[in-house]
Design a protein around this ligand. Structure first.
Ligand code: ADP
Ligand code: MG
Length: 694
């Protein structure tokens, strides 16, 4: 095995390779066009493409692909080989500048939410040079944005890049007011902690529900779950440990900064966290991480489940999105500073986040809405669907002192004045962490915990960046015109705290009392995806995204349609899978078991009364009847969805009618599983799956 520093990024066309392989002039021109955000000339692109191709071929590649992120939540690729025929019947390997910067995949089979009808079916992909090209399975992958011919975003990357630009622009305005004239750009940073489950391949293949839907649709609780808290940070089992080592190596080669790995709370659940990086690279890397988790698991005879709730009654998997903003001069804008002036700046950025989260609670919830995540939010150690911010006791006290114009603590006799006083350092250790908050300040960043494990984090980051950009815009508009900057700043911070303190909550987010309290505070509680999505097209949300040119109104409408459709399709597949399993496997199994019990009773009849067999047959028969009735009800409910043409009506119908019918069927099936002999039950049990890895 190569040493890690040598191995790291060996499959990436990174800065080092570019410097080595590109002529100096080309390298300079390329960097300049990146910095100016301009497209590079075809001449430069041709030289870059050629160098990329030579490097890729030397590293075993034969193909190239534009690697993009359509609205399916996963990445897409279409591989073309480098071969070009020669006159003498041979072939040479070629890759042009044009092929590097732009591709034209047929967009018609990707979700477009109606954009397709209005525009041409073709779409194009355009190189995102801020994210390095890399080699994966013999193909040179070029990270690209994916748009329709009219320029409408058909992907996750385009709006994310636009939102990063919006934030940078507005943050610069604010920074100028504080005299930071050397700062020329602000980037958002993200470190996503990825949770996942590992089960044996054999178990997985025996479960249609996992194969078709990624989650178990049936399964009674095992005798042992996570109640002993003996898995979290526990010793890694040898098979898991070798999977993790292989995964690290695979990711390092791709330049992904895989850093932390450990067991999570539920049995068979684990986590991987990389070192944070710029948002769009973090998003690309997270997509690669999820893909590699699945592929590496396969090599180890295991399956990696990324679904938000693969097992009912057991912790689900999330993706904690750690987020901050950093200047090109290296200042983390959410890090309290050393001087009163830096502190004032920190407080203003903090207030921008607080106000953004309060005003766009619904958008943040929408950004993580999916049928799968609905099962997770509000259940078993996952944040509820109510948005709130944890700032910790110390910062809370400071904010309150500022709002009330009173001394910060008993030792201080003077009032806490912004731009005059130094803030204390906030503890960054785990002791002051609140793990139940959906949005927690952790000393120098915020951790958004609502995102689901299988989702692209592009969407929550796009919302977060844009909402904060909007607040910074409003702040700078107010402060730019102020006669006395310090007092205007003080008033603005005070007012923001006063107006938005309802979103601050340091208590237990898992407690039912909080849901009541949140209602009193008038915070939104959008429990399900259809309820959440209804707000996507609210006037204030359209205004937000169009003001900052992150989404056009048309693009928002398209995303609304795509998300509703995807919700309906997911529930439809789940319901069909349940019907299949119930009809073809579960019913025959319980019927056969009851018959076997009857046969046994008949055989024993001459000797004994067979009370136990009779009792059990009665129980099973009663449950089977109810199970069969529920099966018919589910079929009827599903048929009722078919005529619904409007996607919103359909989504609400699935939520209100199909989901409840599915739940009823499951309840009976799970009770039957508990009564049926293991040999007869057609699927591996929860216990088998959760404890399947040695
Ligand atoms: P914990 O599980 O204790 O919350 P982890 O170490 O698992 O913490 O994950 C913390 C994540 O936060 C890591 O990905 C880390 O790189 C990231 N992070 C740290 N600082 C920042 C920052 N300034 N911006 C974005 N992410 C950050
Ligand atoms: Mg962690």
């Amino acid at each position: 095995m190569k040493a890690v520093p040598e191995m790291f990024g060996c499959l990436v066309f990174n800065e080092k390779v570019m410097q080595e392989r590109l002529p100096k002039d080309t390298y300079k021109l390329m960097k300049k066009s990146f910095q100016d955000g301009k497209r590079m000339s075809l001449e430069v692109a041709t030289v870059v493409a050629n160098a990329m191709k030579d490097w890729a071929i030397e590293n075993g590649a034969t193909h190239y692909t534009h690697w993009f992120q359509p609205m399916t939540g996963i990445t897409a690729e279409k591989h073309d080989s480098f071969i070009t025929p020669t006159d003498n019947g041979g072939a040479i390997m070629e890759f042009s500048g044009k092929e590097l910067v732009r591709g034209e995949p047929d967009a018609s089979s990707f979700p477009s939410g109606g954009l397709r009808a209005t525009f041409e079916a073709r779409g194009y992909t355009a190189w995102d040079p801020t994210s390095y090209a890399f080699i994966k399975e013999g193909s040179l992958c070029i990270p690209t944005a994916f748009c329709s011919y009219g320029g409408e975003a058909l992907d996750q990357k385009t709006p994310l890049l636009r939102s990063m630009e919006a934030l940078s622009k507005q943050a610069l305005r604010v920074l100028k007011l504080f005299g930071n004239d050397d700062v020329t750009g602000v980037k958002t940073t993200v470190g996503p902690e990825q949770e996942y489950f590992l089960i044996s391949r054999e178990m997985y293949e025996a479960r249609k529900d996992l194969i078709y839907t990624g989650r178990t649709l049936f399964g009674c609780k095992p005798p042992k779950g996570q109640e002993m808290d003996d898995h979290y940070f526990g010793t890694l089992k040898p098979a898991v440990s070798s999977f993790m080592a292989d995964l690290d190596e695979t990711l390092w080669k791709l330049g992904v900064l895989a850093k932390t790995k450990h067991n999570e709370v539920a049995p068979a659940q684990h986590e991987l966290a990389p070192i944070f990086t710029t948002s769009n690279i973090a998003v690309d890397h997270n997509q690669l991480t999820m893909e590699m988790m699945k592929k590496v698991a396969e090599r180890h005879g295991m399956v990696c489940l990324l679904h938000e709730k693969p097992f009912e009654g057991v912790n689900g998997s999330g993706k904690h999105n750690n987020w901050s903003m950093i200047t090109n001069t290296g200042t983390n804008l959410l890090e309290p500073g050393q001087t009163p002036y830096e502190n004032a700046q920190f407080l203003l950025f903090l207030c921008a986040v607080i106000k953004a989260v309060d005003e766009y609670q619904d958008m943040l919830r929408i950004s993580v809405a999916s049928a799968a995540n609905d099962h997770r939010l509000g259940a078993h150690e996952a944040p509820p669907a109510v948005m709130s911010i944890f700032v910790g006791d110390e910062l809370m006290e400071i904010l309150e002192a500022i709002e009330m114009n009173r001394p910060y603590d008993s030792k201080e006799t003077v009032q806490m004045k912004i731009g005059v006083h130094v803030l204390p350092k906030f503890p960054k250790d785990n002791t002051d962490r609140n793990r139940t908050s959906p949005f927690a300040f952790t000393g120098n960043r915020f951790e958004f915990r609502m995102a689901g494990s299988s989702q692209s984090i592009a969407s929550p980051n796009t919302v977060l960046n844009t909402a904060v950009a909007e607040e910074l815009r409003l702040f700078s508009e107010e402060l730019e015109g102020a006669k006395d900057f310090t007092s205007a700043l003080h008033n603005l911070i005070r007012k923001t705290i006063g107006d938005h303190k309802r979103i601050l909550f340091n208590g237990n987010g898992y407690d039912d009392c909080w849901i009541e309290e949140a209602k009193r505070r008038n915070l939104s509680n959008l429990k399900t995806t259809p309820e959440a999505l209804t707000h996507l097209l609210d006037e204030k949300n359209i205004a937000l995204f169009t003001t900052h040119k992150v989404f056009s109104q048309l693009e928002m409408k398209s995303r609304y349609e795509i998300n509703l459709e995807s919700y309906c399709k997911t529930l439809n597949i789940e319901a069909l899978t349940m019907i299949d399993m119930a009809t073809h496997d579960i019913f025959p199994a319980v019927s056969a078991y009851a018959a076997q019990l009857a046969a046994n009773a008949a055989a024993k009849g001459a000797f004994a009364g067979c009370t136990a067999e009779k009792k059990l047959i009665e129980k099973i028969s009663a449950l089977t009847d109810s199970f069969y009735e529920d099966l018919e009800k589910l079929e009827t409910a599903l048929a009722g969805a078919e005529p619904l043409a409007d996607s919103k009506d359909a989504a609400f119908y699935y939520k209100d009618n199909v989901l409840s019918a599915m739940q009823a069927l499951r309840t009976d099936a799970d009770a039957l599983e508990q009564l049926t002999a293991a040999d007869f039950w057609p699927y591996p049990s929860y216990g088998d799956m959760l404890f399947s890895i040695k």
